[in-house]
Design a protein around this ligand. Structure first.
Ligand code: URP
Ligand code: ZN
Ligand code: ZN
Ligand code: ZN
Length: 483
């Protein structure tokens, strides 16, 4: 047989359609999709399974230090292993520039960490905290040319945040060089003011993390980010949108024709502020920014994933242990400002949505594929190599068994956080076989890849940037006077 691997009798879904066919794989790529193939020496009978593109998790934090200096629990081996067991075959974590860091060194360091340990393919975003003249005029353009075509910027966190003027500089540079800017939108002054007042009243428990990160602070910053993008006539991506207030602003901006993209995450579908209010410091396990909100916001996130206001569903995996190295630096005495921000979720991201969205009938499987895979590839310049089941695409596939039921237990997961915010939930539908560039990567609950098997992907120009260049506003101040 001319193929290295055949997958036969499966039910295939991509972002558009569902059909039954066989797949032939050669040299890591999909070589044919046909009605009936004869089995290769290596053959998988996918009868009863759903064959989906491997997931792409474009928001995860791997081998990174938090703003407060704490290190995430996962390196590239544990993070990519956990991703893989959850049906994700590509990740896009961040290389983080701290202020004063020399950007080329930062990028080289993350690349070295990943190259040694990643089991699946990865690309990188940058977090830019120091847009000095060197960074803007030479290091960022060089990074973009090398295939890092997306940057995250922060409007909050003392050690990460940029001024609006600095963000405008980055938006201008991104447009000129062909990159997409991702924005963490929360109003830093509002959060600082609320935090100071809460502490002065003796409100110190984890619950008050949620109170200090009020949705109004998220909505204000979201509106400001949209305004900065409109002024510059560029697309932006608002990351980890938590609920109804920012969604109203995003939806309104999109209705005006602005090229605003937005992402949400499992914590905003499946957790609420009440989880932060568990006894003692238990609530620290649910501390992330923005924090989980209320059922009205959960519904708004579901609706927005379905109606297209949100295009991306990522994990924002930011794993910290429930101990002094992360969530509770001073044990039971820890106050809410001291907890590391972020939740583990890279392994459960897709299974939670598959179980609660697809199998309940709430979400078509094609929308699931778009939100978990295809839209990430398009948004970050990896399509159609990734995110598609098509001839010529990488053979990155997850074979889902919609009948397997498991109770979520932290000890069954592969990340190093040591706990999961989803402990005890019953999840139906799991990716029982996962294929990475034509190699069977997970089968019978075993990892069959080695550290270093993953490859660095160079991202092309993000589709939203291409779209903006075609449909930009010729009357914007910038295009009229500064070209
Ligand atoms: O709380 C979170 N989300 N921590 C991770 C960093 C970020 O802002 O995405
Ligand atoms: Zn640094
Ligand atoms: Zn963020
Ligand atoms: Zn994040």
């Amino acid at each position: 047989n001319e193929f290295d691997l055949t997958i036969r009798n499966g039910r295939i879904s991509d972002a558009n359609t569902t059909y039954y066919a066989d797949i032939g794989i050669k040299d890591g790529k999909i070589a044919i999709i046909a009605d009936r193939l004869s089995a290769a020496d290596s053959d998988i009978d996918a009868t009863g399974l759903w064959v989906l593109p491997g997931g792409i998790d474009s928001h995860c934090h791997v081998d990174e230090r938090s703003p407060m200096g704490m290190r995430v629990a996962d390196d590239f081996l544990s993070a990519t292993t956990a991703a893989l067991f959850g049906g994700t075959t590509t990740i896009i974590p961040f290389a983080v520039q701290h202020r004063k860091d020399h950007l080329p060194t930062v990028i080289a360091d993350y690349k070295a960490l990943a190259a040694q340990r990643a089991v699946i393919d990865y690309a990188l975003h940058l977090i830019v905290t120091d847009p000095n003249p060197d960074t803007l005029s030479s290091h960022l353009p060089a990074a973009i040319r090398s295939g890092i075509t997306s940057f995250k910027v922060f409007m909050t966190y003392e050690v990460l945040k940029l001024t609006d003027e600095q963000i405008l500089d980055i938006l201008e540079l991104a447009d000129a060089e062909g990159a997409l800017v991702m924005i963490h939108a929360e109003n830093d002054d509002m959060i600082r003011w609320l935090t100071r007042k809460l502490l002065s009243f003796g409100h110190t428990s984890p619950k008050f993390h949620g109170v200090s990160h009020d949705p109004i602070a998220e909505a204000e910053a979201t509106n400001r980010a949209v305004s900065l993008a409109a002024l510059m006539d560029v697309p932006i991506l608002i990351v980890h949108v938590s609920g109804i207030e920012p969604l109203r602003i995003i939806h309104g901006a999109q209705a005006l024709g602005l090229n605003i993209l937005a992402e949400s995450c499992p914590q905003y579908l499946f957790l609420t502020a009440e989880d932060l209010d568990l006894p003692g410091v238990e609530g620290a396990k649910y501390c992330c920014s923005p924090p989980p909100r209320d059922p009205i916001s959960q519904k708004a996130v579901w609706d927005s994933l379905l109606d297209g206001t949100l295009q991306l569903y990522s994990s924002d995996h930011a794993p910290y242990k429930f101990d002094e190295t992360g969530k509770i630096p001073r044990g039971e005495q820890t106050i809410f400002t001291e907890m590391a921000n972020g939740l583990p979720g890279i392994e459960l991201r897709m299974a939670l949505l598959f179980s609660e969205g697809v199998l309940t009938g709430r979400m078509p499987i094609e929308r699931f594929v778009a939100l978990c895979s295809t839209n990430h590839a398009r948004t970050y310049g990896l399509f159609p190599r990734k995110g598609a089941i098509a001839v010529g695409s990488d053979a990155d596939l997850a074979l889902w068994d919609p009948t397997v039921k498991r109770v979520v237990r932290a000890e069954l997961l592969h990340d190093k956080a040591g706990y999961t915010p989803y402990e005890g939930r019953t999840v139906t539908g799991w990716p029982t076989t996962v294929i990475s560039r034509g190699r069977v990567a997970v089968q019978d609950n075993r990892l069959l890849l080695q550290p270093g098997d993953g490859e660095l992907l160079a991202c092309g120009t993000p589709e939203p940037v291409v779209r903006q260049r075609l449909n930009g506003n010729p009357n914007s101040v910038r295009r009229k006077f500064f070209t």
